[in-house]
Design a protein around this ligand. Sequence first.
Ligand code: NAD
Length: 294
Amino acid sequence: MTASIIDGKIISAEVRAEAKLEVERFTELYKTKPCLAVVLVGENPASQVYVRTKSKMAKEIGMDVEDHIKQKDISEEDLIGIIYELNNNKRVNGILVQLPLPDHIDSRVIIDAIDPKKDADGFHALNVGRNSIGGDLLKKSFVPCTPLGCFLMLKRSVPNLAGMHAVIIGRSNIVGKPMAQLLLEESCTVTIVHSKTKDLETITRQADILVAAVGKPLMVKADWIKSGAIVIDVGINRVESLDDTSKTKLVGDVDFANAINIASAITPVPGGVGPMTIACLLKNTVEAAFRQQN
Ligand code: NAD
C-alpha cells in the first residue's frame, strides 16, 4: 500500500480562501477590516520568522495587522498593560502573543490576561475549558490553531471519525491535549501517550489515527503504525541534510519514507500541518471579529 498524501498546502489554501471571503463579508457589512494584533517579545529568530509570516498572510487576505514588538526585558506588568490596552481597543479583534516568552514572564499569566473573545490562539483557560466541556460550548470557544488544522485535514480524509481509535503522541497544552478533546468530541476512542508511557509502540500499533506531536526527528517508525492508519505528523525538526551536511532540512516526528508504505494517508513535513496552523489563526481571527459584532 502507498499512502495518499494529505496535502497541507492545498487544504490550507482552501481554508485561507474561505477566511478571505469571510474578511470581505465582514468588511462589507461593518465598513472596517478585521484586525489581528501580534505581540512579539525579544529577538528569537524563529519567532521573528513566524510573526512576519503570520502578518504577511493576514494582510494577504485583507485583514489589518498590528505588530507590537517589545524588548526582551519588558516586565510582566508592562506586558499585561499592553494586553489590556489591546483588549480595550475596539479596532482589535484577535490577539496573538508569540510564544515562548522570556523566562521572567509567566506565559500563563499573559495568556489569561487576553480577553477570551479575542483569543485567536485558543490558549486562554476559558477557551481550554469550553473545548474540554465540548458540545455547544465548543462552538463558542476558539480551538488552538495547530490541532484545529490537524482536525480539518483528518475530516477531509474521513468525514465520519466515530469509533476510530486515535492515538496521540505528546500531551502538550498547545497540541496533544486539545487534539484529544477534538477527537473525543467526534466520538473517537482516544489514547494519549507521552514520554513516560511504557511500551509505546504496542499502543501506537492499535491506532486507526496516529497523531505525532513530540519534537523528535523520525521517532515513529513504520512498524509502529497499523496497516491502513491515517498518520498526522505535527513535528517540525531541523536536522542535517544527508545529501549535503553543510545544509539542514526539516523532518517530522514520523519516518515518512517508510511509513508511506504502511499508512493509508499521511501528512508530509514540510507541507503538512505547518501551513494549516496559520490558516487556522486567520480563520479564528475573522470568526472572533464576527462574534464581537453579535
Ligand atoms: P512539547 O515539547 O510541548 O511536547 C512534546 C510532548 O512529547 C510532551 O508531551 C512529551 O511528553 C512527549 N514526548 C517527549 N519525548 C517523548 C518520547 N520519547 N516518547 C513519547 N512522547 C514523548 O512540544 P509541542 O509544542 O507539543 O510540539 C511538538 C512538536 O510539534 C514539535 O516538533 C513542534 O515543533 C511541533 N509543532 C508544530 C506546529 C506546526 O505548526 N506544525 C505547531 C506546534 C508544534
